[in-house]
Design a protein around this ligand. Sequence first.
Ligand code: CP
Ligand code: NVA
Length: 358
Amino acid sequence: MSPPHLMTLADLTVPQLKRVLAHSHYQKQLALPWLAPQPKFIGTAPRLRMPSQSLFNKSIALLFAKRSTRTRLSAETAAVLLGGKALFLGRDDIQLGVNESPRDTARVIGGMCQGIFARVGDHSEIEELAKYSPVPVLNALSSLWHPTQILADLLTLHEHAHLFSEGSPPPPSADSPRSKKPANLPTLRPLTITWLGDSTNVLHDMLVTYPRLGHKIRVATPPQTAYQCPTPVWDRVKELGCEQHISWSSDPKEAVHGADVVVTDTWISMGQEAEKVQRLKDFEGYQVTEELCREGGANPNWKFLHCLPRKPDEVDDEVFYGPRSLVFPESDNRKWTILALFDLLFGKWDLSAPSSSK
Ligand code: CP
Ligand code: NVA
């Protein structure tokens, strides 16, 4: 049997996406009480629930050619909760790229570890690793895609579904006693989700995912060719029938019209530092602010997402630190969605759906 890999959320069917999300929510509720202060057991001890231990005695290689805070922390802490260990292998730690090919590296790591979570430069590098790896490879960010980010964004939106539906009460806190039965993932109404910025790896996974789950996407990028969607990504968007639910313009005010959620990313992705001056010029008028969204006619109740790390260029402090911002729950959810994928992909080799995800 060849190992399952995940390069982009375009690789998953809608039932598979829903399964991973539900599994993330479920595992989060199982794990959180273990991280909270211990309850005092008086009388009969409650039935103990804990996250999956599918990585017990297993090791996961974190092959990171680029910097990371959230993705690395999520991977390392999730592996602990799943009973396993993550080994961080930075660009200067191993032979890859200097003395050794991706093909040989994949085979060697696969002989000792049970999964590879890889952050690479060009997307072809992770495709090459996956081609030769005897164990599952999960994309931790490449030039084209950032699948684990969009799973975290989706989990965050579902958890905050009450904010988008008048009158719905918030779900009960996940910090429940260990004995409490985990709640189902809250249902999310169809949303209009606006992206302001350039066509980055983060946007690309949104484009192939949100429309399939019933959401509309409105994008504004500066008009220059460099900021448009790369052909291999747009081909996947079309293949999945998503393009009919996406509108694209170069006017940020037009793009925020009717937005329930506004999303952006740094204007200078890792590796683009030399283009900083030109980019700051090209993105004038794209900063997410209250004023822009009011003038553009966003839903008055709009919320804000950002993958982080954030610079004040793309979003001002009022929005970023204000009540609309879901960025820190979004960041926390990197861990729970990565934990779910590690469990299913590395621990169980099973991303199939539907089935019992518990
Ligand atoms: N959002 C994200 O991928 O953050 P890091 O680069 O810090 O991992
Ligand atoms: N687009 C950004 C995302 C960082 C998480 C980058 O590739 O650097």
